[in-house]
Design a protein. Sequence first.
Length: 407
Amino acid sequence: MGEAGIAAGGAPVDELTQDGMAPPHSNSNSLPDSDSNSNTGCAANRSYRCELPAEKEIVARIGSFVERCKKLQDEASVHSSRIRAEAQVLSQHALAYDAEIKSLKGEIAALLEKDMIGNHLVEKLDDDLYRARSMIYEGDVAALLPHKSNGLFLRLLLGPVNVRATRNDARFKVKEEYNTYRDRTAVLFLAFPCVLLLLKNFLWSGCFPAVPVQAYQAWLLFFYTSLALRENILRVNGSDIRPWWVYHHYFAMVTALVSLTWGIQGHPSCVRKQEAVRHFLSWAAMQGVSMLLQNRYQRQRLYTRIALGKAGRMDVVWGETAGMKGQIWVLYPLLFILQAFQFFIGFKLLKTPMVDKDYDWQMVACGVLLIVMAVGNFANTMATVATKVKVKSRMKRKLQRMSSKTS
């Protein structure tokens, strides 16, 4: 071999060890350490699962966050249990106070019947009990009282859902929305029949087409249904609405539904067939005027009564509530005329089978419903008048006592 001879392994002769093996060299071809091998393997082989430092950090953060959420849930559960227990105690107190108010009223009535208490003191005590009742039913305590049942109508339309608002501001918004809805629909209630009557005389040659009249009847069905729905929700939330006015809207819904199936005949028998339609549209126009009067003037009086503590904040204008001074000479005659006219239309429809063999059953059904509504409206109007007389006499006695004390 030459002086530059190379061993069989390819290493220089002078670098060979005694056993004939070349020593390891630290060059680029040397093997990496174990950590470098691991990272290189993770980078080279995506199917190989390894946990990087960033992954460890995010896993730890999410685990800590889940634990904090669990702790918050446990604290909220304890808080809710404590709130429910406190609310149950307050609810029992509220029910006991309500029962005590009724008991005190009974005691006052018994003492008055036995002439053991004066009338002036009875009126003062009644006012005090009314203020106490308002604190329970109009304030935050009202949310703790058992709410009224939804009733069949609400259950049919909405199902077993709780429509009672837990906050006072939400309850008052329901009332204001009801007032706004009445304002909008009162204008339509007046304008719709007036337009139909005018078009009959100037455009339709004295006879109503079927489509406009049935569109008006469909709107009446929608109007009374939506009004009854809102009033039922208001009653659940504490509004003092007489049951009759809700029932009246039920009867009106049925009347509108039946009238939708009533055939509107054209020429040549339209004068005879559509006589009841003409009367009903005239009555509806008068009813629209009555609604506008109630919405505009009676609501002002209602706000005054609420400010004086004589009415609840959830009370609304319905039927024949107390109007402003002098309004009785405008509103009540109009109401009595409306009721008499409604009774007349119902009676005219009811006697149709006696004078006409070619009659529709819808005439008789609508006649019965109109008579029922007219009689019910008249009875409730008279009840309102009686209440007004009682209140006015009570106020008169108060004024007399005040004048006697000053003199």
